[in-house]
Design a protein around this ligand. Structure first.
Ligand code: F6R
Length: 365
């Protein structure tokens, strides 16, 4: 049932404040503002030398965000791979280390093959899945469920932000167990997470503005997405979402990579969507934006009030989100990025929930 939405994807985008809230409530002791994982870990976070994360597509991008979190909060080195690469690249794995697999369906063949490979090498296997009865869940030592509810639209939306919520809690738990986060640090991080559903609701109010932008986007051939730090995976996710449902060619890049190649693509016809909350890498992203503006590129800047004040690029179209702790920006900035893809596809009239050539669960390698 799509409720009063035209597509399941729209419904699922709008459900995010609620399902992310449910997911957070499952992992957080709301009274004390501490992480409280629902199950015991069969390993000691302190003894881990390295964490390997593998997943495919959107779930892989959730893992990319998590790499920044695990390294920052827990000082735990993270290797992240696309599952189809992890399995075949002969990575030296150490017995007793941890491998995390992220999957909405829990049936993705490449992710499952990687999981079995990690088990053969005697790694502890933890999975973040949305379908608790799935093969990946059954084959894991520990399962951390996302409580997104069934996701019908082929393009993943609410499962992604719920994956981020679970991974943020895990990274905080790891940081505490490894003695890298004080109680006060943890409370601050948890407090920021608790704000996310409210911030997502505010992000959804940008929809009328995004609908207008989508009319413009629907006429373009190529779109470039840029971001730094944890906004880099959100740029990748934005590009993936746009290409899979609107069939417009899109690429996501780390903003700093612009001058190493993609800048050659920029002209007046090419929209460049810049994901840039006012965080510690904001100034760097602004200089990349200036490089785009100097070449006549059309900038759509997704930022916050401070960022919009300091960006100083007149030609930019700005989508302004509320101010928030930088840890939680990937969860909230995912919302306008999803809406841009959705409304662009809706203007073009593609089959949003069932895009051509794609399946909801990819059970062949
Ligand atoms: C993108 C999308 C895919 C999946 C990928 C992994 O919108 O839906 O990229 O994220 O096929 O699927 P799961 O998470 O089921 O393993």
């Amino acid at each position: 049932d799509k409720g009063n939405h035209k597509h399941f994807m729209a419904k699922e985008i709008h459900e995010q404040p609620e399902v992310v809230g449910h997911t957070l409530a499952h992992y957080i002791d709301m009274v004390h503002e501490r992480v409280a994982l629902p199950s015991e870990m069969p390993f000691d976070w302190k003894k881990l030398k390295r964490l390997s994360i593998s997943a495919c597509g959107t779930a892989f991008y959730a893992g990319l965000v998590a790499k920044y979190w695990f390294e920052r909060f827990a000082k735990l080195p993270v290797e992240i791979d696309i599952a189809s690469e992890f399995r075949y690249r002969d990575a030296p794995l150490e017995e007793g280390d941890l491998a995390i697999f992220i999957s909405q369906s829990g049936e993705t063949a490449d992710t499952l093959a990687s999981l079995r490979y990690a088990k053969e090498h005697k790694l502890h296997v933890l999975s973040v899945v949305n379908v608790p009865t799935s093969t990946i869940a059954r084959d894991s030592d520990v399962v951390m469920p996302t409580l997104a509810g069934p996701e019908i639209g082929v393009a993943s939306t609410k499962a992604f932000t719920c994956q981020l919520a679970v991974l943020a809690c895990l990274a905080i738990a790891a940081g505490r167990a490894r003695g890298e986060l004080s109680e006060a640090d943890e409370q601050k991080l948890v407090h920021a997470l608790i704000e996310v559903p409210r911030l997502m609701t505010q992000a959804l109010t940008l929809e009328p503005q995004i609908e207008k932008l989508a009319v413009e986007l629907s006429k373009t051939r190529d779109v470039l997405y840029l971001g730094r730090g944890t906004s880099f995976p959100i740029a990748l996710e934005g590009a993936l979402k746009l290409k899979e449902i609107s069939y417009i060619h899109a690429e996501g890049y780390a903003a700093g990579e612009l001058k190493h190649g993609p800048i050659a693509l920029i002209d007046e016809k090419m929209p460049v969507i810049v994901i840039a909350p006012h965080d510690r890498v904001f100034d760097k992203t602004v200089s990349n934006m200036q490089e785009v503006a100097a070449r006549g590129g059309r900038i759509i800047l997704v930022t916050d009030p401070k960022g919009s004040q300091e960006s100083t690029i007149d030609s930019a179209h700005t989508l302004t989100l509320p101010e928030m702790a930088s840890t939680v920006t990937p969860l909230v900035y995912a919302v306008p990025v999803q809406l841009m893809a959705y409304h662009t596809a809706a203007v073009i009239g593609t089959d949003v929930d069932q895009p051509r050539n794609l399946a909801k669960s990819v059970t062949v390698e």
